[in-house]
Design a protein around this ligand. Structure first.
Ligand code: ADP
Ligand code: 5GP
Length: 214
């Protein structure tokens, strides 16, 4: 097969605590060629988070400067802080034929889907099995104080209400099963005609061969 692959933009959204980061980690262990879009944010780092690894932690002034220089693919105000996906690393990865994984909210998903990159984007929404399970997961993650958890729970319905705008929707009940489903839909979407720019040349070769043999 001669076709080269075009990188796919894989968007994961869900209410906070439904399992995006956990599944993103598993996907990158499955295929280390998947690049992770490290977002910029004005929120403070949580214990264990490293600048440049989970997020680029920026001041509000630095964030706004990057937006005004057209440096963000998308950006939004979430839970009282600014979040955005820096453009340059995404363009570099896509040029190399690598997929890029985004852990972003519905506003960012909408902006990317409606952009010129929309044709090369797949969007996935994760639903929790129940609201009680969502709260238990936020509590057991042990990274946020009670007030932050309450704020995230309050906002969870707002995020869930956008589930209908996504290409794929998975209920993240059993983690292994959700991981398997994610791998299946990503593998299938990589085979979309629009992701295989080398197909035209391949079919041309088939035609030449066909004509020579007939
Ligand atoms: P998000 O990135 O969407 O905020 P996380 O990936 O941090 O969510 O998950 C929140 C917590 O729930 C973590 O402690 C994680 O280990 C746990 N978790 C994720 N998926 C499941 C699942 N299917 N079953 C049980 N616990 C889960
Ligand atoms: P957290 O603070 O828990 O890491 O993330 C809070 C929310 O912000 C999550 O819903 C996450 O998906 C979203 N988010 C993280 N990075 C970005 C980003 O770059 N853009 C947008 N639009 N949302 C983001």
């Amino acid at each position: 097969m001669t076709s080269t692959r075009r990188g796919l933009l894989i968007i994961l959204s869900s209410p906070s605590g439904a399992g995006k980061s956990t599944l993103a980690r598993r996907l990158r262990a499955w295929d280390p060629e998947i690049a992770f879009s490290v977002s910029a944010t004005t929120r403070s780092p949580r214990p264990g988070e490293e600048d440049g690894r989970e997020y680029h932690f920026l001041s509000e002034a630095a964030f706004k400067a990057q937006v005004s220089q057209d440096g963000m693919l998308e950006h939004a105000h979430v839970f009282g802080n600014f979040y955005g996906s820096p453009k340059a690393p995404v363009a570099a990865a896509i040029d190399q034929g690598r997929d890029v994984l985004f852990d972003i909210d519905w506003q960012g998903a909408q902006q990317i889907t409606n952009s010129s990159l929309g044709a090369h984007t797949m969007s996935i929404f994760l639903l929790p099995p129940s609201i009680c399970a969502l709260r238990d997961r936020l509590e057991s993650r042990g990274q946020d104080d009670a007030a932050t958890i309450a704020r995230r729970m309050e906002k969870s319905w707002d995020e869930i209400s956008h589930w209908g705008a996504y290409d794929f929707v998975l209920v993240n009940d059993d983690l292994d099963e959700t991981e398997a489903q994610l791998k299946t839909i990503i593998s299938a979407t990589r085979l979309r005609r629009s992701q295989q720019p080398g197909l035209t040349d391949h079919v041309r070769g088939l035609q030449t061969e066909f004509e020579e043999l007939s």
